[in-house]
Design a binder for this molecule. Sequence first.
Ligand code: BG6
Length: 511
Amino acid sequence: MPTEPFQSNPLRDGLNLRSIPDPCSLIIFGASGDLTHRKLVPALYNLAADGALPQAISVVGFARRDKTSEVFRKELGEAVRKFSRQAVNDELWENFSNSITYHRSEFDNPEGYVSLARHLEELDAARGTRGNRLFYLAVAPDQFEVILENLRKSGLNTAAPGSWARVIVEKPFGTDLPSARRLNDLVESAFDESQTYRIDHYLGKETAQNIMVMRFANAIFEAMWNSRYIDHVQITASEPLGVEGRAGYYDKSGALRDMVQNHLLQLLCLTAMEPPAGLDADSIRDEKVKVLRSLRPLAGDEVFRHVVRAQYGAGAVNGKRVAAYRDELNVNPESNTETFVALEVNVDNWRWAGVPFFIRVGKRLPKGGTEIAVQFKSVPPVLFRATGETVDDNVLVIRIQPDEGISLRMCAKMPGSSLRIEPVKMDFHYGTSFGKATPEAYERLLLDAMSGDATLFARRDEVEEAWKFIDLIHEAWRTRSNDLAIYSAGSWGPSEADELIKRHEATWRRL
Ligand code: BG6
């Protein structure tokens, strides 16, 4: 098994920023695809614009379609103009795009990998990329096997002494535990864990990274971060969009696999984990795995009491009529795939015993937004009772997106001669406090993979533990189908989700 040479780079330890990564080649499999155009190349351009890329870099698009490097660069130029976070400077783009080449090959043709190796050597000589290779699998999972096998056979998975080879694997990382294990074994047959970077783009979001800083750099929060003071936690990811041409994938996946197994369980881990022993990747990931291992399994009838699944019917979102999920292009008209799921999760450990985590995610909801709301317990109902005033509970809201920031709801006395109590908000906005735009998740993640920092990537055991929890829910769902509720597009989901949280004498927050 090839192992990575030790890179002494103290500035890039764990979450620390920022030194310029080593010169390297980034090879994107699936270079004609949507991800490359919408996310990867715009992220690279923005890194280039911020001066964050290595001095020597080459980007090689590997795909099946026949085209020249010039045509490829032109297509990417159009995509960057459309999707870049910052306005595109033509000269800078021209400059950066000189580093891009196109390598045409079928994924299963060994010759294509031999010629890729030659091409990379030429680039090393011409551009000074020093034999460092970062392979990005931006392809459908059914292509992983053939690509990994060919990378291994061609020796591209092993780096020359003093250089490195790494692989970035995109989600979905399996569809259940057995398939995730197979996939992990497959990746491991070519790259060991220290070379493997499993993308969960939520971990690259600035506010997700801030959860740890907020919790562990502020004494006031951490002291109260437990079952003594916290009543429950709500984690919501709401999208007005529907399946947007991805029905082929989504109809087989559903919201639980698409969002909960990865992104939302990751947010839960960051919220619930113990302070790590250090900021290095493994110390942080060790703590996240402990949370996943502490999740109370939901199985059999428990699933129907603690999990609500639903699908959108026709309705209106932002004043626009939209079709029912079953009428979307390429969706099975009898599909039982959930586009919404709400669940109550319990973390059975010392800190969180008795504090439910409510997770809610859905498509075609009225508003887009992701947040973690920590709902504190009520004060004893004695002192202000006689005044007849309502004392609202404290809520700390971590807004992952949009309008990234943190707000704290607390009670204050209204000015005046009588005692009137009103809830007020202390609000921190990233945008105004730091006065600079938040980088896109893919910018951070690409840079970290180039720098050999795996902190914001999922480790094998994290992925597998998360599937263990999710698989039991699917197992129960397979025994019934009459529990699938239908909600109108543009509503906040089915009434069953409201009932779920009402049992805890709580209501969902309106975003
Ligand atoms: C992806 C899911 O991983 O995350 C999509 O496959 C979802 O269905 C997307 O829309 C949400 O990401 P973001 O960054 O827009 O919240």
